[in-house]
Design a protein around this ligand. Structure first.
Ligand code: M6R
Length: 610
């Protein structure tokens, strides 16, 4: 099940409707099939909600609401429990309680049965309304007590913003799993949301609401307490990006903007970790003790993050000589993995909130493994729960398809491999300096790749009628094939598979017939000839081939329909450039089909429940 919602709460001196609707637009990437707001108006709570995008909600608010309000909550939803209907949209009200929710209440059926015995029936099919009913049933005029008692009864993931009918101007929030960040801006008021992108217009300073702590928002400020009511001082964080990063800035889609942001993101991620031409994590507070005495590395992640792990594995094994495996986090957590205090578990996650990856880190800690996370979102749960964190500096990634977050994850994994090799003395200092030199060049290499945009747009026409296609490659090119395939599938809805090129003949080649597109990646010198043999095999069975190679190799023109040549570089660094090609291919395949590139069906940016 997915967490696919964006939530926001505001109370202060400004018009809450503007702040809520503006915030929901920035959060729409988290869920986009219905939206709603609830606000205090003349002492009562009024709710406006509708199926459709935030634009539909804005229209409805513009025509139906004249009242001014300074306190309210807003939600953008992707349905999980209950279909896409106005009734199932949030906010939900029961009795004194009006609630928005991000997450899943797992025991909602059991709770619904208990409430039914008291004669209480929900009007929607949502787990959220059940949560509202539970809180209301515990409410006797004391919000803290009601929230505490209700949360004792709720199982699952939640981020709540709650308003009580008899407490105008106040919003209460609590979370378990699902993210919530908050800030107080004296000229505006108190604001809480699922993501910093909704807060950035008001402040660059914020805090992550810790799990099982209650935030009370009023126009005077935000008070955080534990469940017993004792004050709690949350750690303040600061973001180093600004409001422009959360806007499209003239690009048609966030994905295209984010592809173009890669040189900068890479520069910011790589540069601070190089001291005297050597990899250095001193400013990250990552001591070498985490790498010392390690006999095995296990990399965990989901989707694209896991694919970055595949590249990381190759680099760590090749350079540092440490046995490394890559595990899909959702499998790892139930596989009773063999871990010890000599295992380093590296979790990779853009959001830092992915439930399976978080569970993997928790399991690793339980089993005494050392934990290091590679995370993009500052202060996120995975970052906080790992022994050490290496932040990537991609800035906010809004498009569901991960692009810049992936290439900075690669950069982080290269740096980790270099540092391990340096400590283990498996590679000479001079050779490490040579690798660092290549890594420093990566932002420039990727910048050059951005100029391939028009060429790839044109080539991508070959995919216009495709229903199935294959990505093939060997070694690092296979890892890239996996990434190319997920990118294409998620935003163009074309079915594709990534295959280790040498594995085709063991079954899959029977699917290669006339005009099936095959995207072959052949950037790795030591297996180049082998991959080309596999390209010949598919070509002779009628495939339409797009071949990605390094500059300077001569390719028989009969072998492919299109060749894309990457600028000359050390082939160990080809994944960065090849990634950009694959991102453009997926992007244009989606654009040519007239799809919503940034908000593909059925998907969520951040998957914070199982
Ligand atoms: O936030 P995370 O990096 O943990 O997310 C993991 C995956 O859900 C994510 O990479 C997903 O595969 C992307 N949408 C792919 O583009």
């Amino acid at each position: 099940m997915f967490d696919r919602c964006g939530i926001i709460g505001f109370t202060g001196d400004c018009d809450a409707k503007d702040i809520l609707l503006g915030g929901l637009r920035t959060l729409e990437y988290r869920g986009y099939d219905s939206a709603g707001i609830a606000f205090f108006s003349e002492g009562k709570i009024k709710t406006i909600k509708t199926v459709g995008k935030v634009d539909c909600l804005c229209d409805k608010v513009a025509t139906e609401v004249e009242d001014a309000t300074t306190c309210g909550i807003g939600h953008t939803r992707w349905a999980t429990h209950g279909g896409v209907t106005d009734t199932n949209s949030h906010p939900h009200t029961f009795g004194n309680v009006t609630l928005i929710h991000n997450g899943i209440i797992e025991n909602y059926q059991e709770l619904a049965n208990e409430l039914a015995k008291e004669g209480k029936k929900p009007v929607s099919q949502t787990d959220t309304e059940i949560a509202a009913m539970v809180i209301d049933s515990e409410y006797e005029g004391e919000p803290y007590e009601a929230i505490k008692k209700a949360c004792d009864r709720l199982d699952g993931a939640y981020g709540f913003c709650i308003m009580f009918a008899d407490r105008p101007g106040e919003i209460y929030s609590i979370r378990n799993g699902s993210p919530l960040v908050a800030t107080y801006a004296p000229e505006t008021g108190a604001i809480i949301a699922s993501d910093m992108v909704a807060l950035i217009s008001y402040s660059k300073d914020y805090f992550v609401l810790p799990e099982q702590k209650i935030a009370k928002l009023t126009k005077e400020g935000i008070v955080v307490t534990d469940l017993s009511g004792a004050p709690f001082e949350p750690e303040m964080l600061h973001v180093n990006w600004d409001v422009a990063a959360a806007r499209k800035d003239g690009y048609e889609y966030f994905m295209l903007k984010e592809i173009h942001e890669q040189p900068q993101a890479l520069m910011k991620t790589i540069t601070p970790r190089i001291v005297d031409d050597l990899p250095d994590f001193t400013t990250d507070g990552i001591g070498d003790d985490i790498f010392a005495g390690i006999d095995r590395v296990v990399i965990v992640g989901c989707g694209t993050a896991m694919h970055a792990g595949l590249v990381g594995k190759a680099m760590i094994e090749k350079l540092a000589g440490v046995l490394t495996s890559v595990e899909i986090a959702s499998e790892f957590r139930y596989a009773n993995p063999i871990l010890s205090d000599k295992t380093l578990v590296i979790a990779i996650s853009q959001s830092g909130e992915t439930a399976d990856t978080l569970a993997a880190i928790r399991l690793a800690k339980e089993k005494n493994a050392k934990t290091l996370s590679v995370v993009n979102v500052k202060g996120s749960t995975i970052a906080r729960e790992s022994d050490y964190v290496l932040y990537t500096h991609a800035g906010p990634e809004i498009a569901v398809a991960s692009t810049k977050a992936y290439t900075v994850q690669l950069a982080a994994m290269y740096l980790i491999a270099f540092r391990m090799a340096y400590i283990n003395k498996t590679v000479s200092d001079e050779a490490i300096k040579g690798l660092i030199k290549c890594l420093r060049r990566v932002p420039k290499d990727v910048e050059k790749m951005l100029k391939y945009d028009a060429q790839i747009e044109n080539i991508s026409n070959i995919l216009n009628k495709a229903e199935n296609l294959f990505f093939i490659g060997r070694g690092l090119d296979y890892a890239l094939s996996c990434e190319g395939s997920i990118k294409l599938k998620e935003i163009s809805y074309i079915h594709s598979e990534a295959y280790a090129a040498g594995e085709l003949k063991h079954g899959t080649i029977s699917l290669i017939t006339d005009n099936i597109p095959v995207i072959a990646i052949a950037t790795q010198n030591h297996v180049y000839g082998k991959t080309i043999s596999n390209v010949k095999e598919v070509r002779s069975r009628g495939a339409n081939v797009i071949l990605i190679t390094n500059e300077g190799v001569s390719v028989d023109p009969a072998l492919c329909d299109h060749q894309i040549t990457l600028p000359r570089m050390d082939d160990r660094f080809a994944p960065f450039s090849a990634a950009v090609v694959l991102q453009f291919i997926a992007y244009y395949a989606s654009v040519h089909r007239g799809l919503n590139v940034d908000q593909p069906r059925n998907l969520a940016k951040s998957v914070t429940v199982e």
